[in-house]
Design a protein. Structure first.
Length: 209
């Protein structure tokens, strides 16, 4: 039976996810998005069938696998909690992922990404284009490692954290939950929950109370 995968979202990140699934030969794809202007159009040749609310009706007809293809971490978390679907993963054929790596349901590994041995990837994580995650790291649920980011060995990243484009984290650092690391920053020490860190070396701009 041909695999059918629902892609939740039709924005820029969804286009990347569709391209990954197509490159991997992952069967039949269906896209749903809440922007009514996209309904009846196609995303890289894949039909956008209707609203996210209508996914429930589609899933009753066909056993579906699905991915929330939304780059914003909080929105992705909200949609994943709202939808009762069987989450799958998507890994681009050009990504290098060691066999010992554990990747949770709903996660996406983009083109050119590298994930080294012993790393644990949570649910609905994005390891974006040409990002690298070295050995024995742990990425919590809903983390987004942006394009070109570099995470050294033994780093722990809490749920919902964004590691900005082109940023770096030195070995054995811990970043808390829902942290934002700015583009191009170099993180050299632990970061508390809810903070924003920018610069080289990274400094904390704000933290949750």
């Amino acid at each position: 039976m041909t695999e059918t995968i629902i892609v939740v979202g039709a924005g820029g990140h969804a286009k990347v996810v569709v391209a990954i699934l197509q490159a991997a030969g992952r069967g039949r794809l269906l896209v749903f998005d809440d922007d009514s202007e996209t309904w009846g159009t196609k995303l890289l040749g894949v039909p956008i069938l209707g609203s996210i609310a209508s996914i429930t009706r589609a899933a009753e007809e066909i056993p579906e696998a699905a991915i929330v293809a939304v780059g914003d971490n909080r929105l992705r978390a909200n949609l994943a909690s709202m939808l009762d679907l069987a989450w799958t993963t998507a890994t681009h054929p050009s990504a290098i992922v060691h066999p010992s790596v554990s990747i949770g349901p709903g996660s996406v590994v983009c083109a050119g990404a590298i994930i080294q041995p012993g790393t644990l990837i949570g649910h609905h994580v994005i390891v974006n284009t040409a990002a690298s995650v070295d050995h024995d790291c742990e990425l919590g649920d809903f983390v987004h490692v942006a394009p070109g980011a570099r995470i050294a060995g033994g780093v722990h990243i809490g749920a919902g954290t964004l590691i900005g484009i082109g940023s770096s984290i030195v070995p054995e650092v811990a970043a808390g939950k829902w942290v934002t690391v700015g583009a191009g920053a170099t993180v050299t020490g632990d970061l508390p929950d809810g903070c924003t860190a920018v610069g080289v070396p990274a400094r904390i701009l704000e933290a949750s109370s």
